[in-house]
Design a protein around this ligand. Structure first.
Ligand SMILES: [Zn+2]
Length: 157
């Protein structure tokens, strides 16, 4: 069972689909798989522009789906029919959280602190500093990541 967010299908591009609501934009870039090309997957959404769709809150690409059929049962449960697509990236407000997961999951998380802007979303508040275990790195070895972004990455604390 997944927690989903409901967004509107805003645009179907050549090989991507864009979902949005007033505060969120999610760009899903498709990839080719054995059954469909990335262009096929994008074309599927062309007739659905303006309609709602559900995608998981989790940014685990292995568990990513898009649902355009959704309803509430008489017991008040929210149900969707998930379709799985091969994707090359899912960008939430321009940030590819899965790529950040792959990058930071083996890094060392420091103690929570507060008052610095998040590297990813610029929110100022509580954050954790992730440091590369590779001490020889001169650049790109430390990032302050806020709690909301950590949750999106899948590295909660
Ligand atoms: Zn953030």
């Amino acid at each position: 069972m997944s927690t989903v967010q409901i967004l509107n299908i805003q645009q179907a591009g050549r090989d991507f689909v864009l979902f949005s609501d007033p505060v969120t934009t999610v760009r899903v870039k498709f990839a080719d798989d054995s059954q469909f090309t990335k262009e096929d997957s994008a074309a599927f959404f062309r007739s659905l522009v303006g309609k709602p769709a559900a995608i998981p809150i989790s940014n685990d690409l292995r568990d990513f789906f898009i649902a355009v059929d959704m309803w509430r049962t008489p017991f008040g449960e929210f149900k969707v029919i998930p379709f799985r697509f091969a994707t090359s990236a899912v960008e939430f407000n321009g940030i590819d959280y899965y790529r950040w997961y792959e990058k930071l999951r083996s890094w060392n998380a420091g103690r929570p602190s507060s008052g610095e802007p998040c590297w990813l979303c610029d929110e100022i508040g509580e954050y954790v500093t992730y440091q590369s275990p590779d001490w020889s790195r001169k650049h790109d070895w430390s990032y302050d990541i806020c709690r909301a972004c950590e949750k999106r990455i899948g590295l909660g604390w």
